[in-house]
Design a protein around this ligand. Structure first.
Ligand code: SAH
Length: 366
């Protein structure tokens, strides 16, 4: 155990880190290219098999490093072709990863934290409490495992075309690890997913949004859910810290001078709470001058929730009001609900440690 703990897990390193790692070993930086191809393209995690490295280097790597993946504890397939994997981590906690196939794309939804500190009132993950941030290896390991289990081949058709950080957790509260993991998702030596097809979804950690613009090229989805501070404070308690005006300014800044970029706004429709035509008009007015796409998400229920899904008529009307304001709107189809894999239903198995984010609790935006 002590030996394992002292070994460096190469899945925690992005390309730049891996080059630095080899330079520190007295090797050329291009060893990083070779090893990344083995890990991510060939799915080889045993150094002994990496035959373009000298035997001496392979032995040295085995001494000081390892390639350690999170373990898939359960693989569930939905009637509709979606998959949900329960992924067991060293700590004994489990997180969830979901794959959603559609005719023109395959979307993998990955988790960024064990549980979540954000306590949004309509989300199952919030009920689990918060344990800790995931490591880079645990985030990218979800992609590695899903791609293996879906039978993705290096030169075959790409099955995972899009990745969204919309699983358990708030990605911007795990900033450094999430940025490295998304870099690996986009790196041709790893998963090579196109930049705009990697999307980070946030409840709106405003200072982190400004920093993200400087270091990353991911697309941005923002969980809005309400057009006024009063209502949003209730649904997304983080709004008390970063109210709508600050959030919208940070979102505008994220895409300024980036042609063809827009913000995806997520809006969960909760019956009788945020789904009136008046709410729709207020939403349209709020985002009027930001290039936008709105994703309407019919609420997905979970045990002990006080909310209900809006009726199809109400959802259609809300959709129509937004369209009448010239917005691009998609009402998300519910997928994977027979295996509790839909948005907001991910619960995993979390041993809660941290307190949930209370109204005055400090927020670590590290
Ligand atoms: N913390 C991040 C990412 C995780 S949530 C965020 O807030 O964006 C991913 C999406 O699922 C968010 O838009 C979230 O609001 C939505 N969601 C949460 N609970 C839901 C539920 N019960 N039904 C439908 N969507 C839900």
């Amino acid at each position: 155990m002590a030996v394992t703990a002292s070994k460096i897990n190469l899945l925690d390193l992005d390309r730049r880190d891996l080059e630095a790692f080899f330079v520190a070993l007295g090797e050329k930086p291009f060893r990083a290219t070779q090893v990344m191809k083995w890990i991510y393209h060939e799915r080889v995690i045993d150094f002994a098999t990496m035959t373009n490295l000298s035997k001496a280097l392979r032995e040295r790597l085995a001494d000081c490093a390892e390639i350690r993946l999170p373990e898939v504890a359960l693989d569930q397939a939905s009637r509709d072709g979606s998959h949900k994997w329960l992924i067991r981590l060293d700590s004994g906690n489990c997180i969830e990863t979901v794959f959603i196939p559609e005719p023109d794309r395959g979307t993998l939804c990955v988790s960024s934290q064990i549980g979540c500190p954000l306590d949004c009132s309509f989300c199952a993950t919030a009920q689990q409490g918060f344990n800790r941030n995931l490591t880079v290896a645990e985030i990218i390991g979800q992609v590695w495992q899903a791609s293996r289990l879906l039978g993705e081949r290096r030169n075959g058709d790409r099955i995972i075309t899009n990745i969204v950080l919309m699983g358990m957790g708030e990605p911007l509260l795990n900033f450094a690890n999430v940025v490295k993991a998304t870099d690996l998702m986009q790196d041709d030596l790893a998963f090579g997913i196109s930049r705009r097809r990697v999307t980070l979804s946030t409840a709106g950690v405003v200072p982190a949004l400004y920093r993200l613009r400087e270091v990353s090229e991911v697309s941005l989805a923002v969980s809005l859910h309400a057009p006024t501070d009063e209502l949003r404070n209730e649904l997304v308690p983080l709004n008390r810290k970063y109210p709508l005006a600050e959030l919208l300014a940070a979102c505008k800044n994220y895409i300024v001078d980036k042609p063809h970029r827009r913000i995806t706004w997520e809006y969960v429709l909760l019956a009788g709470v945020n789904d009136s035509e008046q709410h729709a008009r207020a939403l349209a007015a709020l985002i009027r001058d930001i290039p936008s796409k709105v994703n309407l998400i019919p609420f997905n229920p979970f045990p002990n929730t006080r909310y209900q899904r809006s009726s199809p008529d109400v959802i259609d009307r809300f959709h129509a009001v937004l369209m009448a304001h010239d917005l691009t709107v998609v009402t998300r189809k519910t997928r994977g609900d027979d295996i509790a894999a839909a948005c907001g239903q991910l619960a995993g198995q979390v041993q809660a440690r941290g307190r949930r984010l209370g109204r005055s609790a400090p927020l670590a935006v590290a």
